[in-house]
Design a protein around this ligand. Structure first.
Ligand SMILES: Nc1ncnc2c1ncn2[C@@H]1O[C@H](COP(=O)(O)OP(=O)(O)OP(=O)(O)O)[C@@H](O)[C@H]1O
Length: 284
């Protein structure tokens, strides 16, 4: 990892498929060395924003910058070394074994003059250990359970050792123990100096682990900031169309979000057209 932490920023970022925008003019600076959690209702644009931040999707308007330079102008290898992304449903090559898949994470660090080295093996072993998958190293990825497979993919992302790690719902298939284990690993990555952005649906886990929560609705950022100020009952109601009680975790002081009842089908639409109700809003 380089000593200066790179700053990833979305500037007026509009993303979509074909010409249809689904993310609208997002301004978002990912604070280096922090853990940011993106939350929002289904189809509000979280995965699309992650794809845009990772340069997997070209902007319809606006741009993504890394240390002020348009991501589109940065050589692919540098982007791959700097930004790691784990999509929501990654696809493994047929028949590949766990150890080989995780070793793929090291590829951005290889070059004509620097092929596989023994320290790659140490990084891969550490990445497997971090997600409790070392015992699976010789198994075929397509024969694993959904949760095992998800942990193997997280290992691959960790093995890449990027400065900025973007993970789209990395815990969706995990039992509660493994969810906490993976999120603890990601926090320790942040303590080691990395920047982590992840999409989560569990608002209480988001509140517990995030330095900053970014709430999306209707393709826009409608609230952002530290969890206690951001995950309020009003914001949860607006973004998710659900009445919720937000309590305080007596151990951590962080919000515990208890959904109560759904209040209708037009989820997020009220905030999609107005960010005026946002306590945080997007930054500039
Ligand atoms: N490849 C695609 N082609 C066309 N439309 C797409 C594509 N991927 C996503 N969309 C649309 O873009 C919108 C935003 O989808 P996105 O996957 O970003 O939402 P999300 O917030 O990540 O949802 P979820 O919580 O369900 O994963 C949705 O209306 C979706 O149907």
């Amino acid at each position: 990892m380089s000593t200066a932490r790179p700053v990833l920023r979305a500037e007026g970022l509009t993303l979509g498929y074909g010409k249809v925008p689904v993310v609208h003019g997002v301004d978002l600076t990912v604070t280096p060395g922090t853990l940011t959690v993106l939350v929002g209702a289904n189809a509000c644009g979280k995965s699309t924003l992650v794809r845009g931040l990772a340069r997997l999707l070209a902007p319809l308007a606006g741009r993504v910058t890394l240390d002020g330079t348009d991501l589109a102008r940065i050589p692919s290898r540098r982007v791959a070394r700097t930004i790691g992304v784990l999509p929501q449903s990654p696809v493994a090559p047929d028949g590949i074994r766990v150890g080989d898949l995780v070793a793929h994470g090291r590829y951005p660090h290889h070059s004509l003059f620097r092929g596989h080295r023994s320290d790659d093996d140490a990084v891969v072993a550490a990445a497997l250990a971090a997600t409790d998958t070392a015992s699976l190293v010789d198994r075929r990825v397509d024969e694993l359970s959904g949760g095992q497979r998800q942990r193997v993919w997280i290992s691959m992302a960790l093995a890449q050792q990027p400065d900025v790690l973007l993970l789209d719902e990395p815990t969706s298939a995990l039992d509660v123990a493994h969810q906490v284990e993976v999120l603890d690993v990601l926090r320790s990555e942040v303590r080691a100096g990395r920047t982590v952005v992840l999409v989560l649906h569990d608002l209480t886990l988001a509140a517990r682990y995030a330095d900053e929560v970014v709430v999306m609705a209707g393709g826009r950022v409608v609230a952002r900031g530290e969890p206690r100020a951001t995950l309020t009952e009003a914001v949860v109601e607006q973004a998710f169309g659900v009445r919720a009680r937000v309590l305080e975790d007596p151990d951590t002081g962080r919000p515990v979000v208890l959904p109560r009842s759904s209040i209708g089908s037009s989820i997020g639409s009220s905030v999609a057209s107005s960010s005026a109700t946002s306590p945080g809003g997007a930054d500039g």
